[in-house]
Design a protein. Structure first.
Lengths: 254, 440
């Protein structure tokens, strides 16, 4: 089988390699992502999924390989560069400053400022109230540090941060790991909604059922190498598990 | 029509009046606790003095005025230490840096500048201050760079700094005491001439009142505009009355402390004034210049911490350095800037300290780093990072200085003073820990 997408991919990570102290964390891996598509990145802990994706989000720099966004080669040296290309990331750890409130976290590094250049807390809080009304209407805790929030509430702050700044490419690193069933459902619905607006989403996920539900394609990694890519609609969860655990490539994979 | 939401409207009707009051005024309970502790210390020392010596010396305009001047040097540095500690660092070198920069400034204004531009040239104090503060900034930035880019822990870099700058202070002057400093420079240390007088103090007080009222009115307008919960009107009025009351009270206090008779006689002779029949002139000190410097630093730093991106990043780095990095904040460069700012304030503090002493001595600033850190920590700055306020640190400096002054006034042994200060520091942090655990 083949990649069903045609045209220029939104993102292409081509032949990326990165090693830490002689260990090849990512070894010549290529993945692509098209608009309106959810691509799952799967593999064991330590398979190199997060490391690969951090090259795109600017947290790491690849030792070798190229990154293309809308067909153009780009250099991403830090998270600021990534944000400039509308790449937003929701990290597994959520990357929130626990001592700050929701609005400060949402705008961290991109504060709204008054004409004199001072941070405009009132406007940021108002904007936060607006976006939260859409994402998580039950959210009320605007004036407390995020350390006082539940896992789901923290997650919605992290998601709001990505959505607010008009991400074109969204990276979600196990977005539902810390969530209850209801909140997981909320995230799933959100992914569908974002997808329909033409975003491309990289989803790092361990839960095979979530992958089957949410992803269009899945790329499996093992020991830093790419095992293969499948169109989720054409395979069973058994096939994917076989790729993850045994590194066995089913006939549909490419 | 719906009632506009207020800060108390979400409380259950069963909430106690205290809770209601705190929620309505949005006053920080920690702040109230510290003010309470300060008042307790003041009244306590006054009473003890009264019982032991038949005269309470603490709650007198003279003592409180002196207390305010003595607090300035530590208070200025404590404002910078808040940023350092909030970002999970420490600076042990500020006392030695203060000694070194003071010594450089002393040499500059006493031995170098007069050769070139003449003794008593009014530019001397300006050049001296600029050089001193620039020097502090550079030393701070250098130490910050070692910490950020050299990846040496702040504890080690500044512990090295503690030894290096103290030694350097000795070397540059070969252990001499440089004195007296430039006459204009000395005004920055306070004293009768280094104070702004009665009218000047009223101007400061009125400006403070205008500022407080403007903040309340502007804040309410902002909340209204964005439909955030408002404070009830009575709470706004109470805060306004309280704030202005404190400002005016401080003015009355410093104006109630007259110049000593000797200085008045000197002044009278110099200005050719005839004394009223048989009496003497009552000339108020008013606010001392170092206190106004501390006030200005406190306001500026509060502003930086709460209203600028720089301040926001300081807190973000303290709360979660990884998140700060992933949010695109240049954490290393921020560290350099924070230590440079600490150095700048140390330079400013060196101006105040050496001007007050009218000399630069080799021991100036010894142990200051510990008082500064203690002031910040007593003021609620968390050593775990991420939490701290400027006003807390200044209050903390007042608490430390009040303890010391009070113990001197009632004649405590020097050894006993250290024991008390050390115990209070540990106790304050313990209470703070309990408070945080409870409010979580």
């Amino acid at each position: 089988m083949k990649n069903p997408n045609t045209g220029t991919p939104l993102v292409e990570l081509r032949d990326i390699s990165i090693s830490f102290g002689g260990i090849k964390a990512v070894d010549h891996v290529t993945v692509d992502l098209h608009p309106g598509e959810v691509v799952g990145l799967l593999g064991h802990n330590g398979a190199g999924k997060s490391t690969l994706i951090k090259c795109l989000s600017g947290a790491y720099q690849a030792d070798a390989g190229e990154i293309f966004i809308n067909g153009e080669k780009v250099t991403i040296e830090n998270p600021r560069d990534a944000r400039a290309y509308n790449v937003e990331t929701i990290y597994q750890t959520l990357a929130l400053a626990d001592n700050l409130d929701a609005a400060s976290n949402l705008f961290l590094g991109r504060e709204l400022v008054s004409p004199l250049g001072f941070v405009d807390d009132a406007r940021m809080e108002a904007e936060t109230r607006k976006i939260m009304a859409r994402l998580n209407p039950n959210f009320r805790k605007f004036n407390v540090p995020v350390s006082a929030l539940s896992g789901g509430q923290r997650q919605s702050v992290a998601i709001a941060r990505a959505v607010y700044f008009n991400a074109k490419i969204l990276i979600m690193d196990e977005p539902t790991a810390a969530l209850g069933p209801q909140e997981t459902q909320m995230v799933a619905e959100l992914i569908q909604e974002l997808k329909s607006t033409g975003l491309g989403i990289f989803l790092i996920e361990h839960d095979i059922h979530a992958v089957m539900d949410l992803c269009d394609r899945a790329v499996v990694m093992k020991n830093g190498q790419r095992v293969g890519c499948v169109n989720v609609g054409e395979v069973t969860d058994e096939d994917i598990l076989g790729m993850i655990i045994l590194g066995k490539k089913p006939p549909q994979a490419y | 029509m719906t009632q506009p939401q207020t800060t108390t409207s979400q409380l259950p009707p069963s909430a106690s009046p205290v809770t209601r009051f705190l929620r309505a005024t949005e006053l920080d309970t920690r702040l109230l606790g510290m003010v309470g502790a300060l008042v307790a210390i003041w009244v306590g020392f006054h009473l003890v003095g009264y019982l032991n010596n038949g005269f309470g010396a603490f709650l007198t305009p003279r003592n409180l005025w002196n207390l305010s001047v003595q607090t300035s040097s530590i208070g200025i540095m404590a404002c910078g230490m808040v940023l350092v500690i909030v970002t999970r660092h420490i600076d042990l070198s500020v006392g030695s840096m203060l000694g070194f920069t003071a010594m450089i400034m002393g040499l500059l204004q006493v031995e170098i500048l007069p050769q070139f531009i003449g003794l008593g040239n009014p530019a001397i104090w300006v050049i001296t201050c600029i050089v001193g503060m620039a020097m502090g900034t550079l030393i701070g930035a250098f130490q910050g760079a070692l910490i950020a880019y050299g990846r040496i822990p702040a504890f080690i870099v500044t512990l090295g700094g503690l030894l290096v700058w103290r030694g350097a202070a000795f070397l540059v002057a070969r252990g001499r005491t440089i004195s007296p400093v430039d006459a204009n420079f000395a005004l920055l240390g306070g004293g009768p001439y280094g104070s702004v007088g009665e009218i000047g103090s009223w101007i400061v007080g009125i400006l403070a009142c205008v500022g407080i009222l403007w903040m309340l009115i502007h804040g309410r307008a902002q909340r209204h505009k964005f439909e955030f919960p408002l404070r009830p009107m009575w709470a706004e009025v109470l805060l306004g009355v309280l704030g202005c009351g404190i400002a005016i009270g401080a003015v009355l206090l410093v104006n109630a402390y007259p110049w000593p008779r000797g200085i008045v006689n000197q002044y009278v002779a110099a200005n050719d004034i005839t004394l009223p029949e048989g009496g003497t002139l009552f000339i108020s000190h008013g606010f001392a210049i170092p206190v106004l410097i501390l006030l200005a630093v406190g306001i500026a730093m509060t502003f930086i911490m709460t209203r600028t991106r720089f301040g926001r990043y300081v807190f973000a780095i303290g709360g979660n350095p990884d998140a700060a990095l992933l949010a695109g904040i240049d954490v290393k460069w921020m560290t350099v800037k924070i230590f440079a700012l600490m150095g700048f304030l140390t330079g400013l503090s060196a101006v105040v300290a050496s001007a007050r002493l009218n000399s630069a001595t080799n021991a100036l600033g010894t142990l200051d780093e510990l008082y500064v850190i203690a002031a910040a920590v007593i003021g609620g700055t968390s050593l775990a990072g991420g939490i701290g306020t400027i006003y807390g640190a200044i209050l903390g400096a007042f608490v430390m200085q009040s303890l010391q002054t009070g113990m001197v006034l009632i004649g405590f042994d020097a050894a006993l003073q250290n024991i008390v200060v050390g115990t209070v520091l540990v106790l304050a942090v313990y209470i703070d820990t309990l408070y945080r655990a409870k409010s979580k």
